[in-house]
Ligand binder design. Structure first.
Ligand code: NOJ
Ligand code: CA
Length: 711
């Protein structure tokens, strides 16, 4: 049941002042907006402390007077909104969307063009966007630069990745704003689409901390029909300016009024937990666009995947220099003997999934074309329909069905986007016919048509097109390499997850920083869930592929914690069944942990250092706790006061052993059981690169507590 309470008070304020202000519902935030010598500016403070210093607003448009000056304020509308809505899946059963709104109408005197800037001020931050109502003097226009500023009040500490139009698969750097330029230009090898610091700056969501302990997060919400925003930094004045992703000829966005930009967001709080608990990004998106959502279900899955990522097996059936779709006769070529997506092997995964209660089995490399997937001929490399000769679609469909498991489809597009769009209807219908209801899609490589970028408007439109088309077939989408999410899963909840950051796969490509998962919830996850693919129990990748010396920078206990700390309704147990079979006691946590929640608490949090979450399973009274730790040994102190008073729970704690260490001793874990109540507490050591996970099952029968100590 959706509960909605809405209050709307509209007042038209005096406009001759050319200045106005707004408070958040609880009064803690104050927004000031002014037109200063024709230029719209805003500033934001929290409890009297500046968050954003005076910053300019506006856009430049092709061949027309820039929408950055010459304005007068002609109307100010103030209103309030308060509703509680229920997400289809999520971290909370209900989400409150409570804000005060200010719509500022500006007229450019010389051109009589109208631009509305709509601000929504929540108890945890601000969202604002530019709107262009229908008008005589502005219909079709091309944005050439967005001039939105976010002026910082000092040389804050930032958790950042470099600006890039095609990927965000970077490790984070923690540094002062003033250090970014040197670090970026020195340490990072630019790739084709990564432009220098001076031009693109850094990506969002950008997390920062001020010297007096204020946490600030800059991002965007509802990125639709526009290009992705980076933040250029004027590092003399510590002012960020929006930097949009261009298209092949350098334009940023093609607009047709009435229209608007995405929301620009500023989440801020005195406690790092406030950032993690903010729902601003979801709240600024439109309500669910679908009437029937019964087909959208969270997914826990295993897959024929890590063995290819580590190099143990191959996606390709044969070793051929090139292939031509429809011309290469696979029945006549010599198989390479390492093709993982073969019927017998997939059946083993189906058996494993069925035995341990997983919903789905992802199979990559099932369809022809992988011999050339980096694409010399990639405009037509995949058809998403034709299996390799050793992958029996019918047999596997029936086998999976008989075991109560679904197969998960994989569509690697190799970024040949037109090719994908041409095949999409057939490809989705093929899924429906063969009992698949979710697809992992991928966009590896340069975009075809040439010159477009992964984060440009053209691709932003494509990703959403793919999600909406999938919905017509009741299919859920998990898109890799797509633009980072901006809360669109509220409107289109079949967008079940994205990759769009450096996921676990990089642990097999040389490794990621041990503090990576203490930063991602403050950055990438602000926009939506991630298919991070945790659950790696074998750190030494050479055990799978002697030619790969990568090391997975984590303890086993922390891998368990990630199912709680890296929120997603789509979670993979990514390691190989043969490895899980060696550690079935630890694997039990992955089996127990749910992928959908009624409530979420942040118990401890500091970006770059540690995060401890507690989450309540959807529809039960059970709770799960996860703690991820950076490379320092630390002690976590938590209270179980989130549990229901008067009830008893059996807590199973999966933690690092005393001598555990992500490099030296990653597999040293302990499993301890206790009886726990809301009055209990825990002081738990976490190893470097470690953490812990706890399952808390409500005691239904006294016998369950036999022999267990109270904590
Ligand atoms: C990159 C994706 O992130 C990875 O998960 C996938 O296996 C490969 N592309 C192949 O599609
Ligand atoms: Ca990837």
């Amino acid at each position: 049941m959706r509960k909605i309470v809405v209050f709307m008070v509209i007042s038209f304020l005096a406009v001759w002042a050319q200045a106005t202000e707004l408070r958040s519902p609880d009064g803690s935030f104050r927004l000031q907006v002014e037109v200063k010598e024709g230029v719209p500016v805003y500033k934001l403070d929290l409890d009297g402390q500046p968050v954003i210093a005076e910053s300019r607003l506006g856009l430049e448009i092709k061949r027309l007077e820039p929408l950055t000056g010459g304005f007068k304020l002609i109307k100010v509308e103030e209103s309030a909104f308060d509703e509680t809505w229920e997400p289809v899946w999520g971290e909370f059963k209900e989400i409150r969307n409570h804000y005060n709104e200010l719509a500022v109408t500006l007229e450019q005197e010389e051109t009589q063009r109208i631009m509305v800037i709509r601000f929504r001020l929540f108890n945890d931050g601000l969202g604002f966007r530019y709107e262009f109502p229908e008008q005589d003097n502005l219909t079709y226009f091309v944005v050439t630069d967005e001039k939105t500023e976010f002026a910082m009040t000092g040389n804050h500490t930032a958790f950042w990745i470099p600006g890039d139009y095609d990927t965000q698969e970077y490790d984070y750097t923690t540094s002062r704003l003033s250090e970014i330029r040197n670090l970026m230009e020195g340490a990072i090898t630019p790739n084709a689409s990564q432009t220098p610091f001076s031009e693109t700056g850094v990506q969002t969501a950008l997390m920062m901390k001020t010297d007096d302990g204020l946490y600030i997060n800059l991002h965007e919400a509802a990125l639709v029909k526009y290009s992705c925003m980076h933040l250029e930094l004027d590092d003399e004045n510590m002012v960020f300016e929006a930097h949009l992703t261009p298209d092949a000829i350098g334009n940023m966005a093609y607009m047709q009024a009435p229209t608007h930009t995405p929301w620009r967001t500023v989440i801020a709080g005195r406690d790092a937990k406030d950032i993690l608990l903010s729902n601003i990004t979801l709240n600024l998106n439109e309500p669910c666009a679908y009437n029937d959502v019964s087909w959208i279900k969270p997914v826990k899955y295993v897959g024929v995947w890590w063995e290819m990522i580590t190099g143990k097996s191959s996606w390709a059936y044969a070793d051929l220099p090139s292939v031509k779709l429809g011309e290469t006769d696979y029945t006549k070529v010599e198989p390479n003997g390492r093709h993982a997506a073969n019927t017998e092997h997939v059946k083993e995964y189906i058996d494993f999934a069925a035995e341990h209660g997983f919903d789905q089995v992802l199979v990559e490399g099932w369809n022809i074309g992988w011999e050339d997937w980096f694409g010399k001929s990639k405009d037509y490399v995949f058809d998403f329909l034709t299996p390799y000769p050793d992958f029996d679609v019918d047999e596997l469909r029936d086998y999976a069905k008989s075991k109560g498991v679904k197969l998960m489809m994989h569509h690697e597009t190799s970024s040949s986007v037109r090719n994908y769009e041409r095949h999409m209807d057939e490809a989705y219908q093929f899924m429906v016919d063969n009992n698949y209801n979710s697809v992992k899609s991928g966009y590896v490589g340069d975009i075809i048509p040439r010159g477009e970028y992964h984060y440009g408007q053209w691709m932003v439109n494509h990703y959403l097109y793919a999600v909406k088309k999938a919905a017509e077939h009741n299919i859920m989408v998990n898109a890799h390499e797509a633009v980072r999410p901006t809360g669109l899963c509220r409107t289109y909840p079949n967008l079940i997850a994205n990759e769009s950051a450096r996921g676990t796969e990089y642990e097999a490509f040389g490794g990621s920083n041990p503090d990576h998962t203490t930063i991602l919830p403050f950055t990438r996850l602000i926009g939506g869930p991630m298919d991070y693919t945790p659950g790696i129990f074998e750190n030494d990748v050479s055990k799978y592929n002697p030619d790969n010396n990568s090391w997975v920078n984590t303890t086993i206990a922390r891998q368990l914690a990630l199912y709680v700390t890296m929120y997603s309704p789509l979670q993979m147990a990514a390691d190989l069944p043969e490895t899980y079979n060696k550690y079935l006691d630890a694997f039990q946590f992955i089996k127990d942990v749910p992928v959908d929640w009624d409530d979420t608490k942040v118990l401890e949090a500091e970006p770059g250092d540690y995060i401890t979450y507690a989450r309540k399973e959807k529809g039960t009274g059970n709770w799960f706790v996860g703690r991820t730790n950076d490379e320092e040994p630390r002690v976590s102190n938590i209270s179980f006061d989130f549990l229901e008073p008067g009830k008893k729970y059996v807590a199973t704690i999966y933690c690092d052993k005393k001598n555990a260490h992500y490099k030296k001793n990653p597999k040293a874990y302990d499993i301890r059981k206790y009886v726990v109540t809301s009055k209990s507490g825990l002081s738990q050591k976490c190893a470097p690169g470690g953490g812990y996970a706890i399952s808390l099952f409500e005691v239904k029968d006294k016998k369950e507590t036999k022999g267990l100590k109270k904590l």
